[in-house]
Design a binder for this molecule. Structure first.
Ligand code: SF4
Ligand code: SF4
Length: 421
C-alpha cells in the first residue's frame, strides 16, 4: 500500500488526517508496540480513537492519554499497512502538539529538545573530558562501546558508543574543512546529524571517504544543528521551527548543492518537513551513490557474513530498500544473508528509547533474535539510531556480531582495494 501524500500543513489539520480511518484494525497486526503490549489503546487504531475522542471533547487531556500517545515509535509500519492510507505518524505528532499546548512538554523531553540537542555543538567541546570519565562510570565492552556501571541520567544502563578517540575538530569542521576532496567533481553538503556527530563520527568519516573516492567534494558546515525530529516528535513545534530555520539559513549558503545524509531519520525529516528551497535536493547516502554519481564497485575483499536491517525511516519513509542491499552485494567477499522481516522496527524510536527503555528493549528482542538467527557476523544498517539499538540488543544477548553502517563496509572495501594495489 502506497503512502498517501500529505501536505506539510496537514499537521495543523488533525480532523482531516483522521478522516480516512475506517477503524478496520488492519494496522494492529504490525504495530510493534501493540504486539508487545497487546492492548487496543496501544494500537494504531486505538490511538486514532483516543485522538478522535480528544478532538470531540469526550476525553480530557491527561497523563495517561499523553503516555498512550508518547508510546508510539513513529515507525510508520502501520502507515504501510493501512488500506485507507492514514498517516498515523502525523496524527500522533499533531496530537502530541495539541496535548503539549494544554499540558506542556514532559520534563525529560524538554531537557532533550530545548537544552541538550540545540547545544550539541557547544557540548562537543566537552568530549575530551567525557572521554576521561568513560572508564570510570562505565565498563568498556567490544565494538568500541561502554556499558554504564550505574543507571545514568537519560540513558540508564544502555550501551553507549565510546566518545574517546573522537576528533573534535571534525565535529566542528568548518566549511570545506578537513574532509574536502580535491577532485573536481560534484560538491555536496553533508548533513551529519546529532547521532552521527556525537555517537558515530566513524560513520561520517566513512561517508566522506566513499564520496571522495567518487570525486565528490564534501562540505560539512559547522553551523548545522539537529534536524529537529526529536522536537517534532515531542510535539514541540516551536523548537522544531527554530532549528529548521537555522539549518535552512545554512543550506542557503550552498545554493544548488545536494544535501547528503547517512541517518535515515534526519533524511526523512529533511525531505518531508523542510521547505525553503531544499526540496528535491536531499539524498540518503546510498541513494546518492547509486543514483547521482557513477558508482564504482570496490574491488577490495571484505570477508564478512552480512545481514541488513531496514531502518523504518529509510524503507517506510523514503522508500529506500534496494540501494543498501545492492551496495553491500557489490563488495567482493561479502556473503549476504537476508534476515526474516528485515523491515521490522528495532524499537529505537529516538527519544522513545529514552522515555520507555524497557519497552524499547522488549520490542528490540524479536529483531535481534532474527538477526542472530541468520548466523551473520556483521549486522549492517543505514541509521546511527538503529546501530545503537542493535548493538545494545546484540550485546544483551551475548552476540559477538559487529554492527556497521553501509558506508563503513564500503569504506573498508575501498581501503582493502588500496592495499591490494
Ligand atoms: S489506521 Fe488504517 S488500518 Fe488502522 S484502523 Fe484506521 S483505517 Fe484501519
Ligand atoms: S507508527 Fe509504529 S509504533 Fe506508532 S502506531 Fe504506527 S506501527 Fe505503532
Amino acid at each position: 500500500m502506497g503512502v498517501m501524500a500529505v501536505d506539510k500543513n496537514d499537521l495543523n489539520n488533525l480532523p482531516r488526517l483522521l478522516l480516512p480511518c475506517v477503524r478496520c484494525g488492519q494496522c494492529r497486526s504490525v504495530c510493534p508496540v501493540f504486539l508487545a503490549k497487546g492492548v487496543e489503546s496501544d494500537s494504531p487504531r486505538g490511538r486514532m480513537t483516543l485522538v478522535r475522542a480528544l478532538l470531540e471533547g469526550k476525553l480530557k487531556p491527561s497523563d495517561l492519554l499523553n503516555e498512550k500517545l508518547q508510546q508510539c515509535l513513529l515507525c510508520r509500519t502501520c502507515v504501510m499497512e493501512c488500506p485507507s492510507g492514514v498517516h498515523v505518524d502525523r496524527v500522533i505528532i499533531a496530537a502530541r502538539e495539541k496535548l503539549a499546548e494544554k499540558k506542556g512538554i514532559p520534563l525529560k523531553k524538554k531537557v532533550i529538545t530545548r537544552w541538550l540537542l540545540p547545544n550539541l555543538n557547544r557540548l562537543a567541546a566537552f568530549m575530551p573530558a567525557a572521554a576521561l570519565l568513560e572508564g570510570i562510570v562505565a565498563v568498556r565492552v567490544s565494538g568500541g562501546y561502554y556499558r554504564p556501571r550505574l543507571n545514568l541520567p537519560l540513558v540508564g544502563k544502555r550501551l553507549l558508543p565510546s566518545v574517546g578517540g573522537k576528533r573534535p575538530e571534525f565535529l566542528t569542521s568548518s566549511t570545506g574543512g578537513s574532509f574536502s576532496a580535491s577532485s573536481a567533481g560534484r560538491r555536496v553538503v553533508f548533513f551529519t546529524g546529532c547521532m552521527t556527530n556525537m555517537a558515530y563520527p566513524r560513520v561520517a568519516g566513512a561517508v566522506v571517504e566513499v564520496l571522495r573516492r567518487h570525486g565528490v567534494e564534501v562540505v560539512i558546515p559547522k553551523e548545522l544543528v539537529c534536524c529537529g525530529l526529536p522536537m517534532l516528535a515531542a510535539g514541540d513545534r516551536e523548537s522544531f521551527l527554530r532549528v529548521r530555520e537555522e539549518n535552512i539559513k545554512v543550506f542557503k549558503k550552498y545554493p544548488g548543492l545536494a544535501i547528503i545524509t547517512a541517518c535515515a531519520s534526519c533524511g526523512s525529516t529533511l525531505k518531508e518537513y523542510y521547505a525553503g528551497g531544499i526540496e528535491g535536493k536531499v539524498y540518503d547516502f546510498t541513494e546518492f551513490l547509486l543514483g547521482e554519481v557513477d558508482f564504482q564497485p570496490p574491488r577490495g575483499v571484505v570477508e564478512r557474513k552480512i545481514t541488513y536491517h531496514d531502518p523504518c525511516h529509510l524503507r517506510k519513509a523514503q522508500q529506500i530498500k534496494e540501494q543498501p542491499r545492492r551496495l553491500l552485494k557489490s563488495i567482493p567477499g561479502v556473503q549476504y544473508q537476508e534476515v526474516k522481516e528485515p523491515d521490522r522496527c528495532c524499537g529505537f524510536g529516538g527519544t522513545f528509547s529514552l522515555s520507555f527503555p524497557d519497552l524499547s528493549q522488549e520490542i528490540g528482542i524479536t529483531k535481534v533474535q532474527a538477526l542472530m538467527d541468520t548466523g551473520a557476523d556483521t549486522v549492517v544498517t543505514a541509521c546511527p539510531g538503529c546501530m545503537l539499538q542493535l548493538a545494545d540488543g546484540l550485546y544483551n544477548r551475548q552476540s559477538a556480531a559487529a554492527v556497521m553502517h553501509v558506508a563503513e563496509v564500503l569504506a573498508a572495501a575501498y581501503r582493502a582495494e588500496e592495499r591490494q594495489n
